[in-house]
Ligand binder design. Structure first.
Ligand code: NDP
Length: 271
């Protein structure tokens, strides 16, 4: 059974989902269809990925009851001045009346619009256009500003997080404020520098799993939500086959030592 996380607004979110960054509309439609067939119910897209139509097409042909799905999309930086128009555009492409989670994609501090954008998200939640609202790539000062100026905490902070960049301080701060941390690039974008680590290989052998499955299990056992991306049917299946084992405390502590603070994406303060 796939694990489910309760968000601080009471809504439920699968702990493992499918990411679709850098997939074309056709690849996305294929990957999402495969994933839904295997049992995934959570899909992570964004307006800037330009593949929301692919998600929408796959959802339509799968005919899974809407309340069993958990669909996330994101507000792009250039649209922070008008989140409602951006969301309506996304909903059209997704062929949905609402999304389960809408995220501010980057704080873009130099633009200084994220607090007003957050106020719009709060309104859109009240109108029922989104069930839950959150952010991506927010550092502690950005989150503190949201809390001080609106008193509404995001349910999720989706950040770059994998064994080479574990973000323990930010994860702990999120937890103190009941914000769930969601890992983007959970496989470090294909596992370079991770899958070939002796420790990961040793654990893969012990549990008879692949290195990717060990890394995904580490996310789940660390209380993180993970959204590995794949457009390859066998990998989509492999990444979902992680619910029949658990890493123990010592193994989690060993993996903690792999953190070298290596970012694969931009630093949110500088973007
Ligand atoms: P991931 O860490 O999920 O890695 C994806 C890469 O790993 C792809 O090249 C994929 O190949 C490969 N892969 C997938 N499964 C396996 C496996 N079992 N064994 C070996 N290789 C594998 O990287 P992403 O950067 O895509 O991150 C995941 C998701 O996070 C994104 O798709 C997006 O939804 C979200 N994200 C959010 C960001 C934000 O700013 N909020 C930024 C970046 C990502 P293939 O597809 O060819 O199978």
């Amino acid at each position: 059974m796939q694990p489910i996380i309760k968000l601080h607004d009471g809504n439920l979110m699968p702990q493992l989902g499918l990411g679709v960054w850098q997939a074309s509309i056709e690849e996305t439609a294929f990957a999402v269809s495969q994933a839904l067939e295997i049992g995934y119910r959570s899909i992570d897209t964004a307006a800037i990925y330009q593949n929301e139509e692919g998600v929408g097409a796959a959802l339509q042909s799968a005919s899974i009851p809407r309340n069993e799905l958990f669909i996330t999309t994101k507000l792009w930086n250039d649209d922070q001045h008008d989140p409602q128009a951006a969301l309506e555009n996304s909903l059209k492409k997704l062929r949905l009346d609402y999304v389960d989670l809408y995220l501010i994609h980057w704080p873009k501090p130099a633009q200084d619009q994220y607090v007003d954008a957050w106020r719009s998200l709060i309104k859109m939640r009240q109108q029922g256009l989104v069930k839950s609202i959150g952010v991506c790539n927010f550092n502690i000062p950005h989150l503190q500003r949201l809390l001080e100026e609106t008193s509404v905490a995001p349910v999720i902070n989706q950040i770059e997080l994998h064994p080479l960049l574990q973000q323990r301080q930010l994860h702990a701060w999120n937890a103190t404020h009941h914000i769930i941390t969601e890992s983007w690039s959970p496989l470090a974008q294909g596992g370079e520098g991770v899958f070939d680590q002796a420790l990961i290989k040793k654990l893969a052998e012990k549990y008879n799993k692949s290195p990717a499955q060990i890394v995904l299990r580490w996310h789940l056992d660390s209380g993180l939500i993970a959204i590995p991306k794949s457009v390859t049917a066998a990998r989509i299946r492999e990444n979902f086959d992680v619910f029949d084992f658990k890493l123990d405390k010592d193994e989690l502590s060993e993996i903690a030592k792999l953190d070298i603070g290596k970012r694969l994406g931009p630093n949110p303060d500088l973007l």
